[in-house]
Design a protein around this ligand. Structure first.
Ligand SMILES: Cc1cc2nc3c(=O)[nH]c(=O)nc-3n(C[C@H](O)[C@H](O)[C@H](O)COP(=O)(O)OP(=O)(O)OC[C@H]3O[C@@H](n4cnc5c(N)ncnc54)[C@H](O)[C@@H]3O)c2cc1C
Length: 297
């Protein structure tokens, strides 16, 4: 386990953003919840000990728990520890609320964007009946079709997840991570994930992905449970060669911007990237040079 890049800046901004959205819409989307991470072997236990003693991880990693100290439903041969500053975001609830709001305000048109229709005209960008000084592209792996930004080195990675139900499996609320992660929802439902594949860029679920997730989940459970697949999702992570987001302005086409490359961490990285880009555009604040796409020019 390694502390994620810039997490001490990214996480507070993400939490602040999700909590303010919760207050504004009267919804619940952010669930702080520790991750129980299971050690896989003796070397992993030693690594965990080093993290616990490292002051950089103070308040992030909890104490080591000997094998068997966690819930009995999870196979535990080498012990576990908790990652304390963790949680999950209910993205479907968040996206639905935002879509409903912006559609009601006449600010969202849910349709395919046609790049060739966007034209520069007298200091503006025109698209059908819209005229704007600036355009910010936030299209995930769709950027590979974007004529202005497709030169950026995106390395997409497919991932699949399942929602399963089980009448017999019982786990207290937490995120469990042992090679794959397992998140108990209400009503005997569990989210399990995720696969990782850089070779298949078709964003549809596969039988092989489902089989991998089910066999991994069964392997981390200490007893046999019947798992009923209720939903099977797949998507492409917009990962980048240097594992840093793509943020900033087009070097030549004035008024075109990008926010992309959030990789496997959009929920924690997205809010701070949005904040930086907005302050850059409107207040001319400098972008973090690590994420600024100027690094590719
Ligand atoms: C299996 C899996 C598990 C993941 N787990 C986590 C996790 O645990 N935590 C985490 O933080 N992140 C996770 N991620 C990563 C997270 O999903 C991404 O970081 C995030 O979705 C990136 O957000 P985005 O808005 O930049 O891109 P996207 O979510 O890809 O959204 C881009 C949108 O633009 C649309 N679009 C593209 N081109 C066009 C066009 N021409 N016209 C109209 N619309 C267009 C797409 O349809 C899409 O809706 C996971 C991803 C996968 C696949």
């Amino acid at each position: 386990m390694t502390k994620s890049w810039n997490i001490d800046t990214l996480l507070p901004e993400a939490i602040r953003t999700y909590q303010s959205i919760e207050r504004y819409f009267g919804i619940k989307v952010y669930y702080p919840m520790p991750v129980r991470r299971y050690c896989q072997n003796a070397e992993d236990v030693k690594r965990c000990g080093r993290r616990i003693r490292n002051p950089r991880y103070l308040g992030v990693v909890g104490n080591y728990c000997k094998a068997g100290a966690g819930p009995s439903a999870i196979r535990d041969t080498h012990g576990s520890f908790q990652i304390l500053k963790a949680g999950y975001v209910d993205l479907p609830v968040l996206i639905q609320a935002l879509q409903k709001h912006f559609i009601a305000e006449g600010k969202l048109q849910d349709e395919q964007f046609n790049y060739s229709t966007l034209q520069a005209n007298a200091g503006n960008w025109c698209y059908k009946n819209l005229k704007a000084k600036r355009v910010v592209f936030c299209e995930g792996t769709g950027v590979t079709r974007n004529p202005w930004f497709q030169h950026l080195p995106l390395t997409p990675a497919k991932g699949e997840t399942l929602i399963v139900s089980s009448a017999s499996l019982k786990l207290p609320p937490s995120i469990y991570h042992s090679t794959k992660w397992l998140l108990p929802y209400e009503a005997k439902r569990f989210r399990v994930g995720a696969t990782y594949d850089e070779s298949d860029l078709d964003p549809t679920p596969t039988a092989a992905g489902q089989a991998e997730l089910l066999s991994n989940t069964k392997a981390i459970l200490s007893e046999d449970h019947t798992l009923q697949v209720e939903a099977h999702m797949a998507g492409l992570r917009p990962s980048t060669q240097d594992a840093r987001p793509f943020l900033g302005r087009h070097p030549d086409a004035s008024g075109l911007f990008i926010l992309n490359g959030l990789g496997s961490k959009g929920a924690s990285v997205g809010p701070e990237m949005s904040r930086q880009l907005i302050n850059h555009i409107f207040d001319n604040e400098a972008l973090d040079h690590e994420v600024d796409i100027a690094r590719y020019t």
